[in-house]
Each structure stands twice: as C-alpha cells, then as structure tokens.
Design a protein around this ligand. Structure first.
Ligand code: HSE
Length: 302
C-alpha cells in the first residue's frame, strides 16, 4: 500500500504564463493498493465523486497506467482510494494533483524505477504545460520551461512565516480549455516585453524577499485582461484585496480563483474579506493558505 499527499498549486502568478507556479497547503490524497487479485476498484471519498469517474477513465488511474506502461510493471489487482480537498476546475491545480499523485504512487509500486526528472517530464506531457505539475511534484515556487526532452526548472522555497496566499474561490467552474480559448493567437510586441520584465521582477522579488515589489511585479498583459469577461466581479475583488493590504493580486492559473498574496501577519485581511463576501458575494469563499515547500510526498508505505 502506498499513500501519497499532493499539494494544490497556483500557476502564472500574474506574468508567468505557463511557466511559473507555487505549491499551496491544501492537499489531495491518493492511496493505492495491490489486491493480489485482478481488476480495478476506485473509490472517491468526497463530494467530487459526483463528477469524477470511478473507472479506468479516472485521471489518477490513467496517469498511473502511463508509469506501468513505461516500466513494464503489471500490478496484481489495483484498489485506489482518492480524497480530493482541492476544488475541481477552479484554477488550483486539481488535475495536476491527480496526475502527480497517480505517477508518484505508481512509481513507488513498481520500485521507484523512474527518476524525479522522468516523473516531471511525464507529468508535464500528460498535463500539456509544466506550471502546475512542477510545484505539485516539488513544492515551493518553481520557474519552468518545457523543452522537447526535459523540463528545465528552478525550485525555490517560499518563506512560510512571511507569506500567505488568500484564495478567493467562486462556486462556478471554468474549464482550462474554455479559458485558453479566449486568448489571442498573437500579442503586440510591447505586451510581450511588459511580461518579460514583470516575470523577471516577480521571480527576483519572491526569491530575494523584496515583497514590496510584488504589486508591480504581478502585472500581466498576456492572459488576465482577456479572461476578465469569464469571471464576474474580478475587478471589484482585485480592488477589495488591494484595499485590504494585499501585496499582489492575480488570477490563479486559468481562473476563476483569484489569489491575493498577503503578509502572514495581516490578520485583518481574512475577517474583512470574509465579511464582504458573506454580505455581497455569497458565491465566493475565502481560503487562506500557506506555501507548501515539500511537494508530493509518500506519507504511508507498507
Ligand atoms: N498556465 C495555464 C493557463 C494554467 O493559464 O492556461 C492552467 O492550467
């Protein structure tokens, strides 16, 4: 039996479209057991079971199968128990958590045949881009570029005493495919230059602890403006977060979740925002999360 814990992730962080992400302290759990018999049983133990398949189409299982196919391992009957705390289709990396949970569990069952870099490449191939799978696997703040043969990345730990990530999560879904569908095929050169500078500033500021730069550094011209029309109240929620002392606010991944980066000692933020949401926007909920610097981990194995 192997039990894997995988963190939620938030991609882009404003300007780092498809290339930056952070891991957050909210977790899915994948438990995989070989039954000794044959066949596949999948049990989802939370409310996501009403829309996620409990059969061979399940993403966790499909990802495990990729590892078994590569390594030639043949499990003797497989029972999966899945506990999903990461809200599905909200821009918090639930699919990456499924992929990473599946491949890490499968790799342990087959005797850790694949290296971390091979797991990362496989996860990014399944997902299509590396910005969520890298922090899901490794934790921390990651900057990644996908080449034909490998993911080139740098992982840096975030200061979990200094920073919190306030996730404002609405009760509606936004499929990544739909959210990518509103993006233009090309952008003005000036917009590309803007994002190059801002993602460099964001990276340097997060790594060096120069957090007063974050408000400027989360600026983006490649995706957020185009996605705004898919997310009612996006502008007013950004304003609300800044009015309450956020260091920076951005659309998490493809949305619809909005993340405010706040100082850990800004305790008034949670109370004020929760009060406004309760009064005026009951369809949004606030979750204040710490950064996760560990990534996917095997928490039980026997
Ligand atoms: N970088 C991706 C996007 C994240 O913004 O579309 C979603 O998976």
């Amino acid at each position: 039996m192997v039990k894997v814990r995988v963190p939620a992730t938030s991609a882009n962080i404003g300007p780092g479209f498809d290339s930056m992400g952070i891991a957050l302290g909210l977790y899915n759990y994948v438990t995989a057991e070989e039954t000794g018999g044959a066949g596949l049983t999948i049990k989802i133990t939370d409310s996501s079971k009403s829309f996620l398949p409990e059969n061979e189409n399940n993403l966790v299982y499909r990802s495990m199968k990729r590892v078994f196919d590569i390594t030639g391992y043949k499990p003797r009957g497989l029972k999966l128990t899945l506990k999903n705390n990461i809200m599905v289709t909200r821009g918090l990396g639930s699919s990456s958590a499924g992929i990473v949970g599946g491949i890490v569990a499968a790799n342990r069952l087959c005797g850790d045949e694949l290296s971390m870099d091979e797991l990362l490449k496989l996860a990014a191939d399944i997902e299509g881009h590396p910005d969520n799978v890298t922090p899901a696997l490794l934790g921390g703040f990651t900057v990644n570029v996908m080449t034909k043969n490998a993911i080139r990345y740098v992982k840096t730990e975030l200061d979990d005493k200094a920073l919190r990530f306030a996730a404002l999560v609405p009760d509606f879904y936004l499929q990544t495919k739909k959210s990518r569908g509103v993006l233009p095929k090309s952008v003005p050169h000036g917009d590309a230059v803007y994002n190059t500078g801002h993602s460099a500033l964001l990276t340097a500021s997060l790594i060096s602890g120069k957090y007063e730069n974050i408000r400027t550094a989360v600026g983006d011209k490649l995706h957020q403006n185009y996605r705004r029309r898919l997310i009612p109240n996006m502008d007013s929620l950004f304003r609300l977060c800044y009015d309450n002392g956020a260091l920076g606010v951005y659309l998490s991944g493809a949305g619809p979740t909005i993340i405010a980066i706040i100082e850990a000692d800004n305790r008034a933020f949670g109370c004020s925002i929760s009060r406004v949401l309760l009064d005026k926007m009951k369809d949004w909920k606030l979750h204040i999360l710490s950064p996760d610097n560990i990534g996917a981990s095997i928490i039980e194995n026997n």
